[in-house]
Ligand binder design. Sequence first.
Ligand code: IMP
Length: 190
Amino acid sequence: MNQEILFATHNKGKLREARAFLSKVGYVVYGLDDLFLDEKVTESGSTYAENAYLKAQAFSTLPFPVFSDDSGFEIASLGGKPGLHSARFAEELGGYDKAMDFIVGKTRQDDRALFRCTICLIEKGKGPRYFEGEVKGRILPERHGTNGFGYDPIFESEDGVRFGEASEEEKTLHSHRGRALLKLATYLAI
Ligand code: IMP
């Protein structure tokens, strides 16, 4: 029989990805919108894990397990920034197009970058559990494709997948979030 689990997100793309993994191990995944939940959680943590915990913990009184994720883009030539503040970084530079132009300009010598994701799972009567995923790659010298979101058009993974050109399924197979979700699905399956 299917078990229920909440993914504390409003992001439809993330939900589709999570459903693809967790339906295979017998879970029905609800998003916040499915349950008409719209409580805003302040991401005040200083690590991905802390933010993922805060977002999951806010909904942990519901009668089923809940998980949340936090992720970011880390650029070698910017000393690992914007990292935890990836969304805010784009906002402050006037949007993703401007932020990507800025990044491309700063990474001509050293183009190494990575995406990182941490998922926090809270189950009844148990402490939080964390599942991490990362994907290393490089900043492309110009934007490619319009798929995905955020910084995808300037990222190519080590194994040659351009996130702005990849289908959602292909990106998930290689992405930080896909890798963390696979670990979560494996844990839930056991
Ligand atoms: P959050 O985990 O939804 O809070 O995402 C944080 C931010 O990191 C996003 O708003 C994007 O700027 C960036 N980011 C995280 N994952 C990805 C991705 O898969 N592609 C592009 N940008 C991403």
